[in-house]
Design a protein around this ligand. Sequence first.
Ligand SMILES: *[C@@H]1O[C@H](CO)[C@@H](O)[C@H](O)[C@H]1NC(C)=O
Ligand SMILES: *[C@@H]1O[C@H](CO)[C@@H](O)[C@H](O)[C@H]1NC(C)=O
Ligand SMILES: *[C@@H]1O[C@H](CO)[C@@H](O)[C@H](O)[C@H]1NC(C)=O
Length: 395
Amino acid sequence: MWWLAVIGFISAHPSSPSLPKLPHNWLSLAALTPTEAPPSRELDWSTHSSKLCSRLIGLNPVQKDVCAENPLVIQYVARGIREALYHCQDQFKNERWNCSDRHEVTDTSYGTFKDILGKTLRSATREGAFLTAISTAGLVYEVTKGCSTGNLSECGCDTKPDTQRYTDTIEMQQEPRNPTHHRLGQRSIEHFSWGGCSDNVPYGKKFARRFLDDWETREFEKDGDAKHLVHKHNFFVGREQIAQNIRRTCRCHGVSGSCEFKTCWLTMPKFSEVAEMLKKRYDNFAVQVAKKVRKRLRRKERGQRQLEIRGNELTYLLRSPSYCERNDTLGILGTSGRECVHRSHNSDDCDLLCCGRGYNTRMERRTTQCQCKFVWCCQVKCKECIHDVTVHTCK
Ligand SMILES: *[C@@H]1O[C@H](CO)[C@@H](O)[C@H](O)[C@H]1NC(C)=O
Ligand SMILES: *[C@@H]1O[C@H](CO)[C@@H](O)[C@H](O)[C@H]1NC(C)=O
Ligand SMILES: *[C@@H]1O[C@H](CO)[C@@H](O)[C@H](O)[C@H]1NC(C)=O
């Protein structure tokens, strides 16, 4: 059926014979503006989708196919990436690698390609592992939310919530008369019915596997490069970070809060919690794996080869660079100019962050919100305070 592909290719590229050869980077979708993005129910997408999806330059061929089948979802993928990047920068704001880069921008006949954090994403370092996992989690999160809000036509709320793994939330929508009733472990004797909208995480996960894993599987079969398995493992960690933290939330009904009847539904964790948990994995549970693989990844450390890699461990191939000095080849900004804290003994400590190069000190006038008061009802009023602060920045 090669001719179908050829015709598809020609019709998808009517006027641009030569696109520059660009790397794949799905994070580039973060720069997609709503007008460039496929999703708009008003437009007749079915006829144009493959053409328009082929313009999403950063996507690999599998991702372009997924887009063509399912164009509305791309806006949610983009949202997920933005959410992930925001939290990545928040988690790493005090570290030498701060989840930003000076990304390369290439103009093509289809528009601008922004290689957002592409070098880190493709690098198979520990930072690349975190970035991959958090972006995958963001994708699952926002696609699932798109299902729950009814804005995606191919999915909705989960109709079989009891097949998802979950824990109970303590917080109730309405205070029950007998709080002990809801302790964990009593689930089996509790009576409740499923109601409301349960987040359809199984759909989000399935979508992520197709959007992310299928290409890596295919490439691994071609070249046997361990980095594809590393990416796949980190996709898994990202997906599971959402799926393993599903909670059941309930609402009581009955005479004046007696909680005679209870309706429950499943919700995803807050994304800030997801980001925090992934940061802990990055700090404590990241495993370097061997470059040589046959079918499965194995730990690099000799004495530990027999230990299987667990689903809560991030994987990477290469030791991280120091991130101290700017290096455009590696997409590293360096820490020069970063603000640091004198003797904080944390990662933002001037000695650590500035890599021993020293730092400059200056006084700066800053305004902050202060003396905040709660005003009945319901706002918080603050004054603006002006402080003179000492600011240290790395040389
Ligand atoms: C879903 O679509 C409705 C309109 O149908 C819109 O008002 C709402 O903002 C959308 N929600 C999201 C999360 O996009
Ligand atoms: C950037 O890193 C590469 C790879 O480690 C190295 O070969 C190169 O010399 C570095 N460039 C600069 C300007 O430090
Ligand atoms: C990260 O550090 C660089 C300087 O090395 C700075 O230009 C950039 O604004 C920082 N990014 C964030 C999100 O703070």
